[in-house]
Design a protein around this ligand. Structure first.
Ligand code: SF4
Ligand code: SF4
Ligand code: SF4
Length: 218
């Protein structure tokens, strides 16, 4: 091997080693992001609830080994119509809009579906969110929204609450096979490792290109 090529490989190796160690150290020392809603899964597989298969039987609330359940409802703001009165929030929609907050009959037993004036006053747009501290995953709101509304509310297994049982006890009882074990590494690693892998691959490709150029010159 010519000395130029050896030097180039040594330099590349040092560069990759520094990047790997630096990345690892950063992840260890920086700890969890306090602003993050979700934390990274502990393994390459996660249990996922497929909303397209769910028929709202209610077992997600009781079958999870965690109490309260790791399953929670969320509202997709892209699908939501920002209605004055929400099917997922109210069991009775014939009520004056200014009485909804104080007297509206709730679908959720824990009053977890939150309504906030967004624009246009009391008869304008309203933002609906789910209070995650109160939600038990009973699916009453998601059932109503899917049967009568825009299907914007759905259930999910929160990765930060799920302890990743080998055999998910909800999957064992779900009548619709809606709980699926999915591979999430490295393509779905949304905490940065995938990005690091990509950087290393790009550096490697650059190195190989550099070596080819040097060989072409010699
Ligand atoms: S057990 Fe299955 S069908 Fe029942 S609420 Fe959960 S995901 Fe939906
Ligand atoms: S109705 Fe059930 S799923 Fe919906 S927010 Fe309330 S507890 Fe959660
Ligand atoms: S894997 Fe375990 S903790 Fe996660 S949703 Fe299923 S039963 Fe609950």
């Amino acid at each position: 091997m010519n000395p130029g090529r050896r030097k180039f490989i040594q330099f590349g190796g040092q560069l990759i080693g520094t990047a790997v160690l630096g990345g690892a150290a950063w992840r260890v020392l920086s700890g969890a992001d306090p602003e993050a809603d979700f934390t990274q899964p502990k393994g390459p597989y996660v249990w996922r609830l497929n909303p397209d298969k769910c028929t709202f039987c209610g077992l997600c609330e009781t079958a999870c080994v965690r109490k309260p359940s790791a399953v929670k409802a969320v509202n997709d703001q892209v699908k939501c119509s920002y209605c004055v009165a929400c099917y997922g929030q109210l069991s009775e929609l014939t009520i004056a809009s200014d009485l909804i907050d104080s007297k509206g009959k709730r679908v959720c037993p824990y009053d977890a579906v939150r309504r906030k004036e967004f624009s246009g006053g009391k008869d304008g747009y309203h933002l609906y969110t789910i209070d995650q501290e109160r939600c038990t995953g009973c699916c009453k709101c998601t059932k109503r929204c899917n049967e009568l509304g825009t299907k914007s509310m759905f259930l999910l297994i929160r990765p930060d609450l799920c302890i990743g049982c080998n055999r998910c006890s909800i999957a064992a009882v779900c009548p619709d096979d809606a709980i699926e074990l999915v591979h999430c590494y490295p393509e779905d690693d949304y905490r940065g490792e995938f990005e690091l892998d990509q950087q290393l691959k790009a550096m490697e490709a650059e190195m190989m290109g550099g070596m080819d150029d040097m060989e072409g010159e010699s």
